[in-house]
Design a protein around this ligand. Structure first.
Ligand SMILES: *Cc1c(COP(=O)(O)O)cnc(C)c1O
Length: 398
């Protein structure tokens, strides 16, 4: 017996790891650039010049938040383009300097797939393992470094389980290694798509040479992102054409989305601390409630681990098929995910949950809730009205 459907169906969005709702100020900042101020920013007449200068103001505004100079910001079509641009761009530019790259087993597909492509192009990739909490061992990182390592690419926050890699410490180790070997290699890239809304993105403190961020996980628009690229780092472009974005990313700029992303960055930067406190509070409340359901377990870092992102709760429900649970929850207006959105439809076991040593049975019964800055305890109360009954129903009907 499943719980009775609510008479007034609410919508509770718990899939912020997939994308976030654009802030009202974000869409407001985009509006004019989608309508009357539509001119091409490369045009010579005044409305074109206005668009150009608006883009450059956004670039400066974002660069300030990253503690970078504006010439280090390249606008892209999102996280996937940024990571591909960084990885393929560095590898193809500096192949003569070495053909070894280090990454981790739990990266997003937008990192793992270009790595696979590079293997076909003759590069050797080291995939670092993680422990059962999804965390790297710093010693493994250092001992994987070689004279021919040109790039290290390590994600900041894992999208499935929310484990946080100590980017700042890894960056420091890489700097030390470079100094000792009197080289500028390896370059250090981090995929910060899941991190930008809640964690420090100060590029100097993080010691990164390249950093990928998207608008879609930052309460900004989808289909927009950026690559931070330290001065002096060169990249082989992915696309060739009109030479926009310093020749690295040809194509007419997505003016409205750049405005939207800049606004999203501003809001995140100004309010990050309070959002983090709020999200942690709601997450702990949710976890507390869920732990009363029998046969429910947390995947990934323990709740009190400081290397855990505030929004993620990846949970195993014994004796449940994750797909069925996600679909049943949707019937009650509750939106969450099985693993990551990016692997959906492939029907493969999550490589992240495999990497932390979970059994196939456990992986098959695990779903991901990702809390956002607008999620409230009331939302959680609504979820808890139905979740235990749905779990019970699924366990007894199968
Ligand atoms: C979402 C995500 C991406 C891909 O970003 P898109 O904007 O969808 O291309 C890359 N890496 C991580 C960690 C992500 O969460």
């Amino acid at each position: 017996m499943f719980p009775k459907k609510p008479t007034k169906k609410q919508h509770v969005y718990l899939d912020h790891g997939a994308t976030t709702q654009p802030d009202a100020l974000v869409t407001q900042a985009m509006e004019p650039w989608l309508r009357e101020q539509f001119a091409n920013p490369s045009a010579l007449y005044s409305v074109g010049v206005e668009a150009r200068s608006a883009i450059e103001d956004s670039r400066t505004q974002i660069a300030d938040i990253l503690h970078a100079t504006k010439d280090t910001i390249v606008f892209t079509s999102g996280g996937t383009e940024s990571t591909n641009m960084a990885i393929l761009g560095v590898a193809r530019k500096y192949a003569e300097k070495g053909k070894h790259i280090i990454t981790t087993e739990i990266e997003h597909p937008s990192v793992l797939e270009p790595m696979k492509q590079l293997e076909k192009e003759g590069f050797e990739i080291t995939y670092l393992p993680v422990n059962e909490e999804g965390l790297l061992n710093m010693k493994d990182v250092v001992s994987a470094l070689r004279e021919d390592t040109i790039l290290v690419s390590i994600m900041y926050v894992n999208n499935e389980i929310g484990s946080i890699n100590p980017i700042h410490e890894i960056g420091k180790e890489i700097l030390k290694w470079r100094k000792k070997h009197k080289t500028i290699f390896p370059l250090f890239h981090t995929d910060a798509c899941q991190a930008a809304s809640t964690l420090d993105v100060h590029v100097e403190r993080l010691h990164v040479d390249l950093m990928s961020i998207n608008g879609s996980k930052l309460y900004g628009p989808k289909g927009i992102g950026l690559l931070y690229k330290r001065r002096g780092v060169e990249l082989e472009p992915l696309m060739y054409g009109g030479g926009q974005e310093q020749g690295i990313r040809s194509g007419t700029e997505n003016v409205a989305s750049i405005m939207g992303m800049a606004e999203a960055f501003r809001i995140a930067h100004e309010q990050k601390e309070s959002y983090v406190v709020h999200m942690k509070d709601v997450r702990d409340y949710f976890f507390q409630q869920m732990s009363h359901i029998p046969g429910v377990h947390l995947n990934g870092p323990s709740l009190d681990n400081i290397h855990r992102s505030v929004g993620h709760l990846n949970m195993y429900f014994e004796g449940i098929d994750a797909d069925a649970l996600v679909l049943y929850l949707d019937e009650y207006g509750i939106m969450c995910a099985k693993g990551s959105a990016c692997a959906t439809g492939k029907n493969e076991a999550s490589h992240v949950l495999e990497a932390i040593g979970l059994s196939n049975e456990r992986i098959g019964g695990s779903i991901r809730f990702t809390i956002g800055r607008d999620t409230t305890k009331k939302d959680i109360d609504y979820v808890m009205e139905y979740l235990p009954g749905i779990v019970e129903g699924l366990r007894t009907t199968v």
